[in-house]
Design a protein. Structure first.
Length: 179
């Protein structure tokens, strides 16, 4: 039995793509997943499965979400071990205690790649934000007070690549990795 994390992209944001976490949990259980937990209202699901093929897991989840909620929601899945490895490789500047800095982890939904993300969004504004890629994620930190001036803030939401990303805060991923 392997522990996984599923991140649903773009649900329960500004009243759009509403999904009840209780109903989502039930949907995951109906797929045969075990020890299902949700965290926050933004589509974070932690579960166990005998299956070892994330592509097959994603297909099952996306089909269930379409059938149960009538929504086409991209899902990013990784094992708990993979998330722990990613956090172990976080750059020193990411995930600190400063309240002036906002730390995010960008998960790139396949078949998109980090090269495509960097090509589409461009370089960060060095004085306002920092980014570093690792495997299928990008660590991203920026100044809270100047977030609207950053290069990546608007582009992660408005470029062609935006539908292939799902973003979580450092605090969220740190909580989830231990659930």
């Amino acid at each position: 039995m392997k522990r996984y994390i599923a991140f649903l992209r773009g649900i329960n944001i500004s009243g759009k793509n509403k999904i009840s976490m209780a109903e989502l949990k039930k949907g995951f259980e109906e797929l045969g997943f075990q020890e299902v937990k949700t965290y926050l209202n933004s589509g974070n699901v932690i579960f166990s499965s005998e299956k070892d093929d994330t592509g097959s897991l994603i297909n099952q989840m996306e089909a269930m979400i379409k059938n149960k909620f009538d929504l086409d929601i991209p899902v990013f899945v990784l094992s708990q071990e993979e998330l722990a490895d990613i956090l172990h490789h976080a750059p020193d500047w990411w995930g600190g205690e400063s309240k002036e800095i906002y730390d995010n982890l960008i998960f790139i939904i396949p078949p998109a790649t980090s090269a495509e993300v960097f090509s589409e969004i461009g370089e960060p504004k060095a004085e306002l934000e920092q980014v570093k890629g690792y495997k299928e994620v990008i660590f991203w930190s920026f100044s809270r007070k100047d977030y609207q001036k950053t290069n990546w803030w608007s582009k992660t939401a408005s470029t062609n690549i935006s539908s292939k990303l799902t973003i979580r805060t450092a605090n969220t991923v740190r909580k989830i990795v231990n659930m």
